[in-house]
Design a binder for this molecule. Structure first.
Ligand SMILES: [Zn+2]
Length: 207
């Protein structure tokens, strides 16, 4: 398996590449900005991008979407339907706030908790992890959890943007993250990676 990450844009968003080196198929997760960095990462891996997956609809996770679509030839943007209105609306996707531009984008394929995205021989399980936004999803595969802005090392995502809900985030933590094994790696949308055991011990939101 190929697993790589670049940090992009003003908000230092982590953009991930997961690919199967046997079939040369991959996915890009959260192309937040600086498309040239993302395209470099894809080019180094030498894989064909099957899907671009968005953990949620905020602009700092999809600011390079159009260019990455165009340059990779991948036309399938995957997300939870509950965040698509946000992706389309420049107010709630924060593009007006973050870059002062009205950016409206669309998804092509919807996933929700329990769905599996197959990339060559890699099965990626989708979990619904709402709270930061209604349609936030996490991707679980090979001992790793890519969790967008739901869980961070030592903290959790903000819930004060449109559609955010502290109650939903609390129930996500209780019903999803607390139930994952200690050794599972956590790869958030911003900041360093961690694992569930470490967060169980030191993250106040995981108590
Ligand atoms: Zn966000």
């Amino acid at each position: 398996m190929i697993f790589d990450m670049v940090t992009v844009g003003n908000m230092m968003t982590n953009c991930y590449l997961v690919a199967d080196e046997n079939t040369n198929e991959g996915i890009v997760i959260d192309p937040g900005g600086e498309p040239e960095k993302i395209l470099d990462m894809v080019g180094r891996a030498g894989v064909k991008i099957k899907y671009i997956v968005l953990t949620h609809g905020h602009y700092d996770h999809c600011g390079a979407l159009e260019e990455v679509k165009r340059k990779t030839g991948c036309n399938t943007v995957v997300m939870n339907r509950l965040d698509e209105a946000m992706l389309e609306d420049p107010g709630s996707n924060l593009s007006l706030l973050l870059v002062g531009q009205e950016v409206s984008q669309k998804a092509d394929k919807y996933v929700e908790g329990g769905d599996i995205i197959s990339i060559g021989g890699i099965d990626i399980t989708i979990r619904n992890t709402p709270g930061h936004t209604p349609g936030s999803i996490s991707l679980i595969f090979d001992g790793k959890c890519i969790c967008g802005d739901a869980l961070f090392a030592g903290s959790v995502g903000r819930t004060d943007f449109p559609g955010g809900s502290p109650d939903a985030l609390k129930s996500t933590i209780d019903s999803v993250f607390k139930k994952l094994p200690d050794e599972m790696e956590v790869w958030p949308g911003h900041g360093p990676s961690t694992n569930i055991g470490r967060e169980r011990r030191r993250n106040p939101f995981m108590k």
